[in-house]
Design a protein around this ligand. Structure first.
Ligand code: A3P
Length: 356
């Protein structure tokens, strides 16, 4: 359908918009990485001096609990991340729907070049979402941060588990950079994290994770601070921070994709709405569709670049388990659930946000 004012077809306008490129396809040079000096510094005493939770391999950095191996990456991001106009940062605590959000944001942004239905060459059909959107902490910790991010064409999508409070100002206070946040009922997040972690630590006791979460010292903890940081930022700057919930996305995926597209500045046109393109995006990124793809069933298959920046044993299939809300009830006693709920409620009280 042509636009009466301009005579242009919305599909033509859309296909002229640049699409994100899977970061695993980016070719980087051999030169030194700009972040090398930070990494060298952190390899010394800096990390080992931080408070630790050795059972979970965590360190407390600026009030937030992070994997020890991420600390150098976080410092490198804070010192050296070079923002670009139009950057989109996908933020989340781990195991809250990051994979899904990566796929949805990528498919939404790329839909001009790659229609979500009927394009056999769609990047998401051949690449795991984590190979399309880089995880910044690991990328920078691997000494590839500035190199890969500089080589990645705009629009750039990137992901982080950092608390809002430790994001560099080049992201948090940048009017040209958008943040999409997703969180999830912490009970389901913990169960998901436990299953995921047991792939490399079969002996990990759920009670260790649970106690740490209640005390605020689990991975990405305190979880209430993680959520509150982005919640408050989304209230203060709704045009820059979009706050999403995993359970809400499950309940109304199309409505949330429409919201996402508007926030990203690429709303669905009336012609797209009529053609059901938002639904096509949802279908392409659905749990079952992604889980069943050859690339995601494989127990390896990441690109060399993807392989470098992914935790070694976490193969593509490990990101797809059940994809539902409420699995906590199969693993936690009602008393445990009450305790974690109460810990969250106490800290979230008065914020205007609640998981219940
Ligand atoms: P479960 O372990 O509860 O199944 P993350 O991507 O942040 O690591 O989160 C992983 C959780 O999201 C897992 O939850 C996983 O199954 C679920 N997930 C992955 N892809 C999904 C999708 N396309 N739709 C819904 N949930 C998805």
């Amino acid at each position: 359908m042509a636009n009466a004012a301009t005579g242009t077809d919305p599909a033509t306008v859309l296909s002229a918009l640049p699409a994100p490129v899977p970061f695993k396809d980016v070719v980087v040079g051999d030169g030194d990485d700009a972040d090398a000096s930070v990494l060298e510094e952190c390899a010394g005493a800096a990390v080992s001096a931080l408070p630790s939770n050795p059972k979970l391999f965590l360190r407390r950095y600026l009030g937030t609990w992070v994997l020890e191996t991420w600390v150098p990456g976080i410092v490198a991001i804070q010192r050296g991340f070079a923002p670009r106009r139009g950057d989109v940062v996908l933020a989340s605590p781990p195991k809250c729907g990051t994979t899904w959000l990566k796929a949805l944001a990528f498919a939404t942004m790329a839909r001009g070049a790659h229609p979500p239905a009927g394009d056999p060459g769609h990047p998401l059909l051949r690449a795991n979402p984590h190979d399309c959107v880089p995880f910044m902490e690991r990328l920078f910790a691997a000494g590839l941060g500035s190199k890969v991010m500089d080589a990645l064409p705009s629009p750039r999508l990137m992901a982080t588990h950092m608390h809002h409070s430790i994001l560099p100002a080049s992201i948090a206070e940048n009017p040209d950079c958008k943040i999409v946040y997703i969180c999830r009922d912490p009970k389901d997040m913990l169960i998901s994290m436990w299953h995921f972690s047991r792939r490399i630590r079969p002996d990990l006791a759920f009670s260790d994770l649970f106690e740490a979460a209640c005390e605020g010292s689990c991975l990405s903890g305190p979880i209430w601070d993680h959520v509150l940081g982005y919640w408050n930022a989304s209230k203060a700057s709704p045009e820059r921070v979009l706050f999403l919930r995993y359970e809400e996305m499950l309940r109304d995926p199309v409505g949330n994709v429409v919201k996402l597209s508007q926030f990203l500045g690429r709303p669905f046109s009336p012609a797209e709405a009529e053609a059901g393109v938002a639904m096509d995006v949802v279908r392409l990124c659905s749990f079952q569709k992604l889980k069943d793809l050859e690339v995601n069933r494989a127990d390896s298959g990441s690109s060399p670049l993807g392989g470098v920046i992914r935790e070694g044993a976490f193969v593509n299939s490990s990101y797809f388990r059940r994809g539902e809300a409420g699995d906590w009830a199969n693993h936690m006693t009602p008393e445990m659930a009450r305790r974690l709920d109460a810990a969250m409620e106490e800290r979230l009280r008065g914020s205007g946000f609640s998981f219940s």
